[in-house]
Design a protein around this ligand. Structure first.
Ligand SMILES: *Cc1c(COP(=O)(O)O)cnc(C)c1O
Length: 399
């Protein structure tokens, strides 16, 4: 099938077939791992022209590589963006975007509930570089608006947010950012483009930890940035070239392989998570369940508006607090006590002492990450086995 025809197909078909069809050089159905650091020029003149940007061609894998390009094209297509840039990790994606768009003396407005590593980057490394970060409760547009001034360049959000599954209104945030001449950057790791496409709601740039659902198997670290061609090319030719956080061809290949099954995995993650969220919300030892698919979730309506499914992440609180959570995590047999998320295996962890231990006590309290909060990344196992595991572990938790 021609590329132009393929591009009219639906999301799941593109995931299986890739956005560009077979490898353009060899016709290999799966894009090969171009495990080469450098690329030979045919002549001195050709080399000089490629360097000068007058001719297309590969030079060196930090600047581009055919396996990475296949992954980038597919991600751009799936997110509905003009271009994409693969990075070594989700953190490399976020730092690359920020350092492409900002300089010292400027400021960034950020949602107060973010992946722990992003929060740490904002608080420590960016402030060391003279970039100020202003935390806001992004569920309150007036608070977001009030944080802006003439030096604000980026509004950074994560929705659903890690770990409390807050939903933030992407269209509203885009409107505020644009009114102040700033860019809206959305970390779309939790939802993936299968369930949420932030660019459609006015976001300028999407970043991902491809380590999570995109790879999907817990076997690789990677990241990606999707956005306008002009910004992506600047990020590639200036920031990533200088900082060096490029993806390896082997990891790009694993991510391409992960993308083939993204829709089927997301549907199973979501289906399992909904069943488990319902089970937990009726359990006498559980005081609170955070899952955007539940009608009791305070922003369920908004989730329905901007997402087409609710994903595999759940957080919940036990009546017995921290001690009860520890007993639960030590008692599960099938679930694995581990950080990370989006794997085919179910993972359970304690945000306050693990993924979000970089938050201060006051920050944890302010954003609702209590000592008794447990986070579940629901895998694709049989849901009855998962519920039975939780059930036997909850029996050991004191009432
Ligand atoms: C894991 C994660 C990151 C960081 O990605 P790495 O690939 O670990 O560098 C960023 N944002 C979210 C929401 C994450 O879950």
């Amino acid at each position: 099938m021609k590329e132009s025809e393929l591009r009219k197909m639906s999301f799941a078909t593109i995931c299986v077939h890739g956005s560009g069809g077979p490898d353009p050089y060899t016709r290999a159905l799966n894009v090969p791992i171009y495990q080469s650091s450098t690329f030979a020029f045919r002549s001195a003149r050709e080399g000089a022209e490629i360097f000068a940007g007058e001719r297309e061609g590969y030079v060196y894998t930090r600047l581009g590589n055919p396996t990475l390009v296949a992954f980038e094209r597919e991600m751009a297509f799936l997110e509905g963006g003009e271009a994409a840039l693969a990075t070594a990790s989700g953190m490399a994606a976020t730092t690359t975007v920020i350092l492409t768009l900002m300089r010292s003396g400027e400021n960034l407005v950020a949602s107060d509930t973010l992946y722990g590593g992003t929060h740490e980057l904002f608080r420590h490394t960016l402030s060391k570089m003279g970039i100020e970060v202003r935390d806001v409760d992004a569920t309150k547009p007036e608070e977001v608006e009030a944080a802006f001034d003439a030096n604000t360049r980026i509004l950074f959000i994560e929705t659903p947010s890690n770990p409390t599954l807050k939903i933030i209104d992407i269209a509203k945030m885009a409107e505020i950012a644009h009114r102040h001449g700033a860019k809206l950057v959305v970390d779309n790791t939790f939802a993936t483009p299968y369930y949420q496409r932030p660019l459609q709601f006015g976001a300028d740039i999407v970043v991902h930890s491809a380590t999570k659902y995109i790879g999907g198997h817990g076997d690789t670290i990677g990241g990606v940035i999707v956005g306008p061609k002009e910004i992506i090319e600047k990020a590639r030719r200036e920031t990533l070239r200088d900082l060096g956080g490029c993806l390896s061809p082997f990891n790009a290949w694993l991510l391409l392989r992960g993308l083939k099954t993204l829709p089927v995995r997301m549907e199973r993650h979501s289906w399992n998570a909904m069943r488990i969220a319902q089970y937990l919300s009726f359990h006498p030892k559980v005081s609170k369940v955070y899952y955007p698919g539940l009608r009791i979730h305070p922003q369920h309506e908004l989730a329905v508006k901007q997402m087409t499914g609710f994903g595999g992440m759940i957080a919940f609180e036990l009546k017995g607090g921290r001690r009860a959570g520890e007993i639960l995590m030590d008692s599960v047999k099938l679930m694995t006590l581990a950080v990370s998320l989006g794997d085919v295996d179910t993972l359970i962890e304690h945000p306050a002492s693990m993924t979000h231990s970089t938050y201060t006590r006051e920050e944890l309290e302010k954003v609702g990450i209590t000592e008794g909060l447990v986070r579940l990344s629901v895998g694709i196992e049989d849901v009855n086995d998962l519920i039975n595991d939780l059930s036997q572990a909850l029996k050991k938790v004191p009432a």
